[in-house]
Design a protein around this ligand. Structure first.
Ligand SMILES: Cc1cc2nc3c(=O)[nH]c(=O)nc-3n(C[C@H](O)[C@H](O)[C@H](O)COP(=O)(O)OP(=O)(O)OC[C@H]3O[C@@H](n4cnc5c(N)ncnc54)[C@H](O)[C@@H]3O)c2cc1C
Length: 239
């Protein structure tokens, strides 16, 4: 698929958790992409300033709209985005990237750090809607967040788990409250060892802020995982 620029419009803003919001756009005719790929968005701010950013699709190609999901921080882009009127016209250039599920039999592990869930949500929604995409593979999502109230797409992941027979979602919280009965701490070698049996035989998809992706790359290398089995998406712009 060759990247093309499409005209689109903002149709909805969907608050998720904490400062995380999904921005939903019309899907223009002919806009094709693979689950997990990213796009470039361009629009004109209220003072006539051109603004643009890269985002993974958090939507799946099976859905009739396009979405990205982001943390609303205090950058100029995000300040304008927060207030962007419904109906605003944007240019979307897509598709880009190779964070896509490769066909095969190998079990698949997704290691997502916080907002890094966006491209994984795209892939898992796609598998939920089109079961043939997952095939008979085992898939495990290790999803790292700070606390229970900061887990984006938590309910939807439960729903997708019921649709994709081989999928397991394991949450790992670094600052869990007292009532949390799940995993605590970080995604580390011990967790990989216990959740991903025969770890060297899995294919890995790692996504999130550069610090998370770097830490996961080192951890997997330290665990003897062949780097050729690891696909990464670094969300540049975060720490
Ligand atoms: C392939 C890809 C997919 C992404 N997907 C998502 C997503 O799904 N959700 C999401 O929230 N964010 C995603 N990002 C990150 C996103 O583009 C923003 O950078 C991020 O949301 C922070 O934006 P900001 O406006 O808060 O900070 P910004 O003002 O954009 O950035 C903060 C700092 O990072 C620097 N910076 C910005 N972009 C880059 C870059 N490409 N390379 C190096 N330095 C840079 C800036 O110069 C600045 O110093 C993705 C990035 C990439 C490259």
């Amino acid at each position: 698929m060759t990247a093309t620029v499409y005209k689109s419009r903002l149709i909805e803003k969907i608050p998720r958790v904490a400062d995380i919001v999904t921005f939903r756009f019309e899907r223009p005719a002919g806009y094709e992409y693979r689950a997990g790929q990213w796009f470039n968005i361009d629009f004109i701010g209220p003072e006539g300033q051109p603004l643009n950013h890269h985002f993974s699709h958090s939507s799946s190609p099976t859905e009739p709209w396009l979405e990205f999901t982001t943390r609303l921080r205090d950058s100029e882009f995000k300040r304008v985005l927060r207030e962007l009127p419904i109906g605003t016209e944007v240019d979307l250039e897509a598709p880009f990237g190779s964070f896509v599920l490769v066909p095969g039999e190998d079990p698949v592990a997704f290691l997502a750090g916080g907002i890094g869930i966006t491209c994984v949500r795209s892939i898992l929604r796609d598998c939920g809607d089109e079961p043939s995409r997952a095939g008979n593979r085992s898939m495990t999502l290790l999803f790292a967040n700070r606390s229970e109230d900061a887990i984006p797409f938590r309910d939807e992941l439960v729903e997708i788990e019921t649709k994709v027979p081989g999928l397991r979602v394991v949450h790992v919280l670094s600052r869990a409250g007292d009532g949390w009965s799940g995993r605590r701490g970080h995604i580390d070698e011990d967790l990989v060892e216990s959740e991903l049996p025969k770890a060297s035989q899995w294919r890995y998809y790692v996504s999130g802020p550069p610090s998370f992706v770097g830490a996961m790359r080192e951890m997997l290398a330290g665990h003897g995982i062949d780097p050729n089995r690891v696909t990464m998406e670094r969300f540049e712009g975060y720490e």
